[in-house]
Design a protein around this ligand. Structure first.
Ligand code: FAQ
Length: 332
């Protein structure tokens, strides 16, 4: 499923001319900013790239429920609990829209979930880090949802219609998530000395993993060039990472917190923040399954899937019972 023939269409000079013309017509539609819809012809590599990205994105939303779900029972007030429950539910909903968008490309949700549970699918590296204190819930909303929005707003203009449309609502909800996280951080940062220290500690632990969410540097990104030509991606990984840093550093300053990067400085000439080297060995270790919580996350997903089996079976039995008379009437 994840094998991809990512050769650029133009790089197949020996392709039959009819096939070449079809690829050129497809690229011309993309260049004109037309949306590609499920029933339209598309190159197989375009389809496979979308299935890969949308599935990884859906899995990230679902696994992403776990680090915050861990704190629902320990939220410090009823208001915080209600907000956190709503946020975690939203993430579950995002996963559902995204699995549905992937299904329009001819892959079943069941097959994608099976790949996740068998450990054959990727999901965002960020969700393999632990949530050690309540401040981590603020840091996730502020930084992780903040990074997610930076990456996902351009996906609303992605060339594939169902993915682009799913992203519109997702981004609205992520925006609420980011704001609740920032408000939580602000409360802690302005609270007691111990609360301020807790907020700083959360920033220290979540800053670098949040930068890694944007993926490898452009020089090492396998898929970016082709995905940009197809307008699946509208910005490169490094461009989005830089935008995120530029908007987030002043937010940290407003909170009175220090970004844990001694090399961070404002560069007047480029009007951007310059930042230190990301530890790519940590990123690759997490992707290979050696992050602090990779094992725990998959075990939790497998247990949830198993515990929910009776619900799926009951829903299927109910649907079969209620659709059977309709089908019989239609046949008659
Ligand atoms: N973690 O060539 P590229 C959220 C993989 S949702 C794990 O640069 P591409 C909401 C990449 O898949 C967060 N793997 O790839 C929320 C590829 O692997 P492959 C998720 C990563 O696709 C908030 C390989 O490395 N968002 O947070 C990561 O062009 C709070 C080579 O990389 C999305 O999925 C990573 N960080 O660019 C939920 C957005 N980075 O398939 C709960 C949509 C890269 O060759 C709580 N996705 N890889 O084996 C995208 O925009 C892109 O797929 C990128 C990667 C930018 C993630």
């Amino acid at each position: 499923m994840y094998t991809q023939a990512l050769d650029s269409p133009a790089a197949a000079p020996d392709a039959p001319s009819e096939e070449r013309e079809r690829l050129e017509r497809f690229q011309a539609r993309i260049d004109r900013d037309e949306k590609i819809e499920p029933k339209d012809w598309m190159p197989d590599a375009y389809r496979q790239t979308l299935i890969r990205q949308i599935a990884q994105h859906a899995h990230s939303e679902i696994v992403g429920m776990l680090p915050e779900g861990n704190w629902i029972t320990r939220a410090p007030s009823l208001r915080r609990k209600a907000v956190l429950i709503a946020k975690v539910q939203d993430e579950g909903g995002h996963g559902m829209y995204l699995y549905s968008a992937a299904e329009t490309l001819g892959v079943s949700r069941g097959a994608l979930i099976e790949q996740l549970l068998e450990g054959r699918a990727k999901y965002s590296s960020i969700f393999n880090y632990p949530t050690l204190t309540w401040a981590d819930i603020g840091a996730i909303g502020w930084l992780v949802d903040g990074a997610a929005i930076m990456n996902q707003v351009p996906l609303c203009r992605c060339s594939y219609g169902p993915y682009a449309r799913a992203m519109v609502r997702i981004c609205k909800e992520e925006s609420f998530h980011q704001r609740q996280g920032y408000e939580l951080m602000l409360t802690l940062a302005r609270g007691s000395e111990a609360q301020h220290a807790m907020a700083q500690d959360a920033l220290n632990r979540w800053w670098w993993p949040s930068l890694m969410m944007f993926g490898p540097s452009d020089a090492n990104s396998v898929h970016t060039a082709q995905s940009m030509r197809w307008k699946i991606k509208r910005f490169t990984n490094d461009e989005l990472r830089q935008k995120f840093i530029d908007v987030t550093v002043p937010q940290a300053e407003y909170l009175g917190l220090t970004v844990p990067d001694p090399d961070l400085r404002w560069d007047e000439a480029s009007q951007h923040y310059r930042f230190g080297e990301i530890d790519w060995s940590e990123f690759h270790a997490v992707l290979k399954g050696a992050g602090p919580c990779n094992r725990e996350r998959l075990e939790a997903r497998r247990a949830a899937h198993e515990n929910g089996r009776w619900v799926r079976e009951a829903a299927a039995a109910y649907a079969a019972k209620h659709h059977a008379p309709v089908r019989a009437a239609q046949a008659g």
